[in-house]
Design a protein around this ligand. Sequence first.
Ligand code: ASP
Ligand code: MG
Length: 404
Amino acid sequence: MALVVQKYGGTSVGDAERIRAVAEHVAQTLERGDQVVVVVSAMGKFTDELIALAEGIGPDRPPREMDMLLTAGERISMALVSMALGARGVQSASFTGSQAGIITDTDHTKAKILEMRPERIIEALEQGLVPVVAGFQGVSTDRDITTLGRGGSDVTAVALASALKADSCEIYTDVTGVFSADPRVVPSARRLNKISFDEMMEMAATGGRVLMLRSVEFARRHHVPLHVRSSFTWEPGTWIVEEDTTMEEAVVTAITDDVSESKITVAGVPDKPGIAAKLFRALADERVNVDMIVQNTSTLGSADISFTVASTDLKEALRVCNTVATELGAASVESTERIGRVSVVGAGMKSSPGVTAQMFETLTAHGINIEMISTSSIRISCVVDAEKVGEAVRALHTAFGLDA
Ligand code: ASP
Ligand code: MG
């Protein structure tokens, strides 16, 4: 008997018919002899609709109240799924994140889990019930309701799987797994049967939209095997597991694209120790996450620092930069709101030279200019014109032999 955490995303619980299909699948999993804990997202685009409601009230959106508002979405799903299970003859009970013992810090709208106390979930399992847990939420050490950041139901599922020592965590979505590129951008993209946590983390960090980055980090740290699969076809999808010797180490596994970032350049800063530290400390203090950073070599004692941030943080980042730039005596602060980023990911790249050269040559052949570059041992990313991202991904997918 295995214990499986099954997480159902927004489209998987999008309407009554989908919810009944979920209940049927849970029932069949039980009939196989397994135990199931269900984690649900808000129905369809309900979270976006709740945000729009708040926007209708006015520009001020206190984080504590936003969390109260947004957690309502998952509460609706959990109750409906539990009712659907009942109608299918499966005994179940729904639980909020707080009831499930998910204790977070007090950082509203992007809280981090500090501790898991899933006693009520364990009790429910012992009583033969299927616990249905509202994803994306917890309760803070100040006893306020918090959310875990957009896409956070994945984190709930992985955290529960880890705390309950589940055998696996299934992430049900509207795609059949993780692909070698976004199939909407690259029609010839292939489904990957098995990839490593490291590869999935690089993909999630660079625009792979299937899984939230933090959930993959969490799964890797706690050794929770993930299975990403479709709740429409129910076919086996992509396993995300520890890297092992049985994996064929493709030099390049996937190409990702991302247009969610902006670029800021602080030009003409004095080239002396402590300047970059001041700038990035100020950004960190305002909780702005910085991604790629490039500093050019100085001419006449001053340099330009460029970096990327999430577009949602651009306004805040510019405010900080303008303040710091004045203090530092920088010449100017400029920004590009929408940049494109294309990344090549593959565990086999560690032992295979020439990937960078091939990536640059491919982009050059398509007349695509490279504005910034960053690498890890298993990833190369280039910032390019946002309008050219689709073409760049398709060209690289072909160049690295990934087309189906
Ligand atoms: N409903 C939340 C969101 O849309 C959480 C999730 O779906 O995982 O971000
Ligand atoms: Mg979602």
